[in-house]
Design a protein around this ligand. Sequence first.
Ligand code: NAP
Ligand code: ZN
Ligand code: ZN
Length: 349
Amino acid sequence: MSEVKAYGAADSKADLKEIKIERRAIKPRDVKIKITYCGVCHSDIHTVRNDWGGSKYPVVPGHEIIGKVLEIGNEVENVKVGDTVGVGCMVDSCRECEPCKNDLEQFCEKGMVGTYNGKDKHLGGHTYGGYSEEVVVDNYYVLRVPKNLDENAVAPLLCAGITTFSPLNHWKVSKGDKVGVIGLGGLGHMGIKFAHAMGAHVVMITTSPDKADDAKRLGADEVLISKDADAMKKHANSFDFLLNTVPVGHDINPYISLLKIDATMCMVGAVEPLEAVHGGSLIMGRKNVAGSLIGGIKETQEMLDFCGEHNIVSDIEMIDMNTINEAYERVVNGDVKYRFVIDMESLRN
Ligand code: NAP
Ligand code: ZN
Ligand code: ZN
């Protein structure tokens, strides 16, 4: 075992501050990673603040991890010492159940182990995430990073990237489809980039008119202000697919009105109750509301390879570890373009 520095929250009201945590000694299939960058996901904040209940303290968040391989166990073949690698939201799953066998480890029947706040099978207690100097992970959950991409801007792909890529891929978004991305934050900005790269006609649906220019720069063909009822009406019944990244419970009825017959809105943001849906709005048009959780390991690698081919990375703002509490406030206020990434050197100094 080794002791490393990390940033954690002692309870749901506490600021994050420097603490010490243990990392296990590597086993034959483990990879020890020196973390270089870690993205800041809104889920980190939800977990620190116990918005979803069940948080275990101290919470050491971080599931958009990029780092260099320091050491590998003797059965590891997919990476070697010195490689730049990524770790996303999962560090274990049973690998025997139907979902696991079908590359859907995120839905493991025995419960996937989250990178943080999961059950730590090795040391007991709960898992600690990427706001730390090092992490030890089973090689199955370690991803290869395309060499042509800036590694700091790759970090957010490990969660924001796969969470938006997977539903666009699953619902087969393709050339000519009219796709709406709701909410221009960390997830939303990746949603625009992917839908654009897949050839869709992309509409950014936002509450913030001042984000319109950015949305277009990121690849949106049009911008629709969701608070403008007339503009919403003009787009009624016209979308082939909607990706909803709004991070809180809200009224989804206005968005359902935008869907074509048989079309789907996939929810990825609000992991909490939504306002009541009017059955008629689904019945009239055979419309679908669905959900999606990150993506499996195979698909996460496909997403990273897709990003390598299409030169896609996240738009980031780099921060030092000791400014994380201010950064959280800015994420909650929608004031980040479009993902904070922590330079983990700042924790080592
Ligand atoms: P974020 O950066 O804070 O972005 C959310 C965006 O939603 C905001 O920028 C804002 O965009 C819009 N928004 C915020 N409050 C709103 C409201 N009350 N009504 C309408 N729109 C609102 O968050 P994120 O990191 O992208 O994460 C989004 C959510 O996804 C979080 O809840 C996170 O926990 C969740 N998540 C889920 C998964 C999954 O696997 N399903 C994975 C990762 C994260 P505009 O200003 O453009 O309106
Ligand atoms: Zn996340
Ligand atoms: Zn399983």
